[in-house]
Design a protein around this ligand. Structure first.
Ligand code: UD1
Length: 283
């Protein structure tokens, strides 16, 4: 169902829950620039409906999927949670708006238990190969693009920019395995059981990899060659972003365990077993 459907969501929550993990949102930066109202509607208005329905049903514990995109381009990596926020596109603005809504709610009603988790770059798949990433249309993100090249659905990858001020000139990101990310949510729920209020935690590994390093790691993990071509920079991309992980480690007792090889191996295992994804393409 759609979280903007107040009566439908209300019926679900009437079933009785201890907590909500809120993943429902749109996340394509470029699309948010062309459809800002759609992003504010789903991400912000949708979260508002959810919080109002949680309030009505007496559920006051929430873990929210925020993003490292709220840091914007002004600071240098690593990014710590107390940096000033400076999102540079409507997607990031909607993530920050929800964080602000949560902070204001916790200030007004201190019994709420709210955590904003700022994801870095989630990649990989469940090691079973049963759950993976199946974007509609052309993938916006690096890892699903690579896996679709590897499986023969796309001829080659474009590397967006090789003139950044990074060791090999390509963009550096903090990729985190989705299973570690999931464990981070469990750790956040445990934290909230002890800590009312609103808190913010980075979920990343604290280590950055360049686009070329990811391609190399994927080729080793899959045994497939990934043809690529250098292309101009993508608008709005930062040179380098990775997390300061100290707060998450200290507060949540959580640390990412899976390395880039596991991320590539599991992403490939899923794509190899599901070459056409889940078969849910509407076109
Ligand atoms: C973006 C958003 C992030 C969001 C994430 C979700 C920003 C700054 N980042 O992350 O907030 O949560 O998407 O999906 O708003 N690249 C290529 N070729 C490709 C695709 C990507 O070279 O075909 C490069 C990019 O230039 C970048 C790196 O790969 O250096 C990672 O890109 P991507 O996977 O799209 O993630 P981000 O842009 O970091």
């Amino acid at each position: 169902m759609d979280i903007r459907d107040r009566s439908g969501l209300g019926k679900v929550l009437d079933g009785g829950f201890d907590a909500v993990i809120h993943f429902a949102g749109r996340k394509a930066v470029g699309e948010s620039v062309t459809d800002p109202l759609g992003y504010w509607d789903t991400n912000v208005a949708g979260s508002l409906v959810l919080l109002q329905e949680m309030s009505r049903t007496g559920i006051t514990t929430l873990v929210f999927s925020s993003s490292c995109t709220v840091y914007g381009n002004t600071a240098e990596a690593p990014f710590a949670e107390d940096l000033p926020t400076a999102p540079i596109n409507p997607y990031g603005e909607t993530k920050l708006a929800v964080e602000q809504m949560l902070a204001a709610l916790a200030a007004a009603q201190p019994h709420w238990r709210l955590a904003s988790l700022r994801y870095f770059n989630p990649v990989g798949a469940h090691p079973s190969g049963e759950i993976g990433e199946d974007p509609h249309g052309i993938p916006d993100n690096l890892m699903p693009y690579i896996t679709q090249v590897a499986v023969g659905r796309r001829p080659q990858l474009q590397v967006f920019g090789n003139d950044y001020d990074t060791p090999d000139g390509t963009g550096v990101r903090d990729y985190i395995h989705v299973v570690d990310l999931a464990r981070g949510h469990v750790a956040a729920l445990a934290y909230l059981a002890e800590h009312p209020g609103h808190s913010i935690h980075n979920l990343g590994t604290g280590r950055g990899y360049s686009v070329l390093e990811v391609i190399g790691a994927f080729e080793r993990a899959s045994g497939r060659r990934i043809p690529y071509a250098m292309a101009p920079r993508r608008e709005g991309d930062a040179a380098a972003a990775w997390a300061d992980t100290r707060r998450a480690q200290a507060a949540l007792g959580w640390k990412a365990k899976r390395d880039i090889n596991a991320m590539c191996r599991d992403a490939w295992n899923w794509q190899r077993r599901n070459p056409n994804g889940f078969g849910n393409e509407p076109w």
